[in-house]
Write a protein that binds this ligand. Structure first.
Ligand SMILES: [Zn+2]
Length: 68
């Protein structure tokens, strides 16, 4: 059993989000999206990437009337 070949993941790079579709654009005129976008920006400032990512997801998923 060799334990020394355990791969080391470089977590320092994880702060940089690799998602090319980010940040999602909040729908204009949508209060919910605007609030989520603010939360996302704040979370990102405090390097709370997990929260920032979940905010992005919510913005993406937020349903809107009319054409997409
Ligand atoms: Zn919205």
């Amino acid at each position: 059993m060799q334990d020394s070949t355990r791969p080391r993941t470089v977590m320092a790079e994880a702060i940089h989000l690799p998602d090319p579709t980010r940040p999602p654009r909040p729908a204009p005129g949508c209060d919910v999206c605007a609030a989520l976008d603010k939360q996302r920006a704040q979370a990102e400032k405090s390097r709370n990437i997990r929260k920032a990512t979940s905010c992005e997801e919510e913005i993406r998923r937020h349903p809107h009337k009319g054409k997409p």
